[in-house]
Design a protein around this ligand. Sequence first.
Ligand SMILES: Nc1ncnc2c1ncn2[C@@H]1O[C@H](COP(=O)(O)OP(=O)(O)OP(=O)(O)O)[C@@H](O)[C@H]1O
Length: 245
Amino acid sequence: MSSIEFKGVTKAYGKKRALDNITLNLPSNQINCIMGLSGSGKSTLLRHINCLLEPTSGEVWVNGQNLMELNTKALQQFRRKCVSMVFQHFGLLPHLSVIKNIEYGLRVQGVEPKERYKKALYWLNEVGLKDNADSFPQDLSGGMKQRIGIARAFACETPILLMDEPFSALDPITRTGLQTLLLDLQKKWQKTVIFVTHDLDEAQRISDYVVLLDQGKVIQTGTFDDFLTSPATPYVLEFMKSKAE
Ligand SMILES: Nc1ncnc2c1ncn2[C@@H]1O[C@H](COP(=O)(O)OP(=O)(O)OP(=O)(O)O)[C@@H](O)[C@H]1O
């Protein structure tokens, strides 16, 4: 179980409030989709969960710990053992082979070479690329690169996965394939996934729980069906209409 709780979190850049007094509980062991228009605060929210950003006011609690109270060593441990990230543009290291890219997070965690090679091979197989261990990122398609990004994140065995529009750079067919992969892995491993997306179809397909942001505020939370059947405000109704159109 890995609880994530925002308690009255505001993140201000000058007069702009990227997050505006957010209070939110993200359910454990589920895929939580963060939706909203461009600039609504999705990435800012995500980056508070691994302390890449600090709130201007309020608190973020993960697994019963106030992240603001972690000292440097505890924060380093938290980042290594508790959260992994999958990036929109993959974030692979171009000078490292595929297997070394997957091993990278394990190396940072201090896992011994033999053990990390074994784990990396396991995850390479899990994402369907067992024949590509010695390829380099430049030899792979976008979809294959993101499979490696996913393998690297899962290999770290952290309970929380942060995914910032991980499939938005991919064509629709590849994107569907990656969604299926994530759903299959999630069935098996039950991570607490925080998945930022603009795409309503994607959210409908993969989410267990949805958070809709607008101008740094939480407008509605619930299942995707809740959004369709009981939109909380006229704004939500309009937002969901774009799906029907
Ligand atoms: N470092 C920063 N300095 C100033 N303003 C920022 C900074 N980072 C984000 N913002 C502003 O905060 C608001 C929320 O940004 P954020 O990137 O979280 O939105 P988003 O919903 O993830 O957008 P997108 O879908 O376009 O990625 C935006 O108005 C953005 O311009």
